[in-house]
Design a protein around this ligand. Structure first.
Ligand code: ADP
Ligand code: MG
Length: 244
């Protein structure tokens, strides 16, 4: 079997708070295998975003070990972290985080800028990723000319353009209506079927129900971690018991 993509052991994250520290993660163990689709849920303040920023190599834990795609990343410096991040992870955020005055195709090219891929090849790959997202006709549009669902699809194209094994999504449907959310979830399903590992934070049970595994955080610890039996299929109303 392939090595796990994510191996976190005893992960802690403390933030300085005045002359004290606030401990947002208190010892998280998490192993994610290639090809998994994991939803992370938990009450506000339970540590979801903190955990995502650690998984995403945007920050370092204050204790514990983290191995990502075979590399120990918990003690890397900022430049090294940025390198691993660029190679390994595509990010999708609630509010898209597209550059406002830049055409879709150039937004999608951004992760390729520092990888040594020549400009013509960057453009070709960006176009291909946008086509995959059904956006061939709006490649030259700026984000403000696009609907919310289209903007999120541009962001997903940007997340996959470098072909990273891992996609991290923090509330990716939080700013979208139900129908558009389902379109986005269908794309995630396709990406997962194509081999991308997905870790997604959501507070909505019927969004989490699309994943294959549910991790619940509470007070900075993993409270529950289970497979989702009877994963939700689009068009089918029932939400599996695990996510209620
Ligand atoms: P969630 O995403 O589950 O709502 P967060 O991970 O954002 O939770 O936050 C967990 C806890 O850590 C919260 O109490 C929050 O106030 C605290 N926290 C998060 N980031 C910081 C920070 N940079 N400095 C101080 N406290 C923080
Ligand atoms: Mg959060």
């Amino acid at each position: 079997m392939a090595d796990p993509l994510i191996v976190m052991q005893g992960i802690q994250k403390a933030f300085p708070l005045g002359d004290q520290v606030y401990v947002a993660l208190r010892g998280v163990d998490l192993v994610v295998e290639p090809g998994e689709y994991v939803a992370i849920m938990g009450p506000s303040g339970s540590g979801k975003s903190t955990l995502m920023s650690l998984i995403g190599c945007l920050d370092r834990p204050t204790a514990g070990t983290y191995q990502l795609a075979g590399t120990r990343v918990d003690a890397l410096d900022d430049d090294q972290l940025a390198g691993v991040r660029n190679q390994t992870i595509g990010f999708v955020f609630q509010n898209f985080f597209l550059l406002p005055n830049v055409p879709a195709v150039e937004n999608v090219e951004l992760p390729l800028l520092y990888t040594g891929v020549p400009p013509a090849e960057r453009r070709r790959r960006a176009r291909e990723a946008l086509e995959q997202m059904g956006l061939a006709h709006v490649m030259d549009h700026a984000p403000h000319q696009l609907s919310g669902g289209q903007q999120q699809r541009v962001a997903i194209a940007r997340a996959i353009v470098n072909r990273p094994p891992l996609i991290l999504a923090d509330e990716p449907t939080g700013a979208l209506d139900t129908k558009t959310s389902e379109e986005i979830l269908r794309l995630f399903e396709q990406l997962n079927d194509a081999g991308h590992t997905i870790v997604m934070v959501t507070h909505e049970p019927d969004v989490a129900a699309h994943a294959k595994r549910l991790v619940r955080l509470r007070d900075g610890l993993v409270e529950a971690d289970q497979a989702i039996a009877g994963r939700r299929v689009l068009g089918q109303e029932a939400v599996p018991d695990a996510v209620h």
